[in-house]
Write a protein that binds this ligand. Structure first.
Ligand SMILES: N[C@@H](CCC[C@H](N)C(=O)O)C(=O)O
Length: 259
């Protein structure tokens, strides 16, 4: 069987993208992990199927690089919007459905702005914040992000006694650069490594920084792979709506693999 694929990246978070409106893609965890493998496959942090959805422009189905179906992926969401735009599915504004519910997005040149799900709860502890921005995120602060052992510490928390037994978590490290400006690195569950950027993670970090630093929207976040902006409406009780994740997303190449 021949599979036509496209490769997209958003601030260095990269995805194999498949137009699966015919629903012919053989969904199989081993195959997806193989396609995402950086030595034996195409290489990506995840794989996304674009499918039809009643009442929406399309459906996003997201798998992590380990082949398992993931929770929401913010950068993947921005990339699938770019893909749908490239396919001519919409011209400026779109609405689509993902695992965490409906999303809206718009395209302005290279930049995709994606409306994220509302955040209904932020757990605040002395050393970290924990919230679900479509995916679960642990957010902590460090003095020197370049020197932080993201993979070692991230793995300990992801598999640790608090979050490990309940499905794990993504783990984000923040260095505050200046007012309304963060630098973030993320250990991603399902990739089981540091990625160049994590959109739901960046969103969690911006909301955490609003609560801890008292900053107003928008907040700029540098990641290893580029810069994103998060805007939001803060509501009483540490809840948020009107959250937008904005930044570049683009096609890298297209190809075919035979299985
Ligand atoms: N890279 C993603 C996050 C994907 C979700 C995550 N790995 C999980 O399943 O927990 C993003 O940009 O949000």
């Amino acid at each position: 069987m021949e599979i036509t694929f496209y490769k997209y990246q958003g601030t260095g978070n990269d995805f194999v993208m498949i137009d699966d409106r015919s629903e012919n893609f053989p969904v199989d965890n081993e195959l997806i992990a193989h396609l995402c493998h950086r030595r034996f496959g195409i290489g990506a942090d995840g794989l996304i199927l674009l499918r039809h959805a009643e009442g929406y422009d399309f459906r996003m189905v997201y798998f992590n690089a380990d082949g398992g179906e993931g929770s929401m992926c913010g950068n993947g969401g921005r990339c699938v919007v770019r893909f749908a735009h490239d396919l001519g599915i919409f011209s400026e504004h779109t609405s689509f459905i993902a695992v965490d519910g409906p999303h809206e997005a718009s395209v302005d040149g290279e930049v995709i702005s994606l409306k994220m799900s509302p955040v209904n709860k932020v757990e605040q502890y002395e050393a970290y914040d924990f919230m679900n921005t479509g995916s679960p995120h642990y957010v902590t602060y460090v003095d020197d992000i370049k020197e932080t052992e993201v993979v070692e510490i991230g793995k300990d928390i992801r598999y640790g006694p608090k979050y490990g037994p309940v499905g794990g978590t993504n783990v984000n490290f923040i260095e505050v650069l200046r007012n309304n400006h963060l630098s973030v690195r993320t250990y991603e569950r399902g990739v089981e490594d540091e990625t160049y950027s994590c959109g739901t993670g960046v969103t969690a970090c911006a909301l955490s920084a609003h609560l801890r630093e008292g900053w107003a929207s928008p907040i700029v976040v540098d990641t290893v792979g580029g810069t994103l902006e998060v805007s939001f409406n803060a509501l009483p009780g540490n809840t948020f709506d009107e959250i937008y994740l904005t930044g570049p997303a683009m096609r890298v190449y297209e190809g075919r693999v035979t299985q």
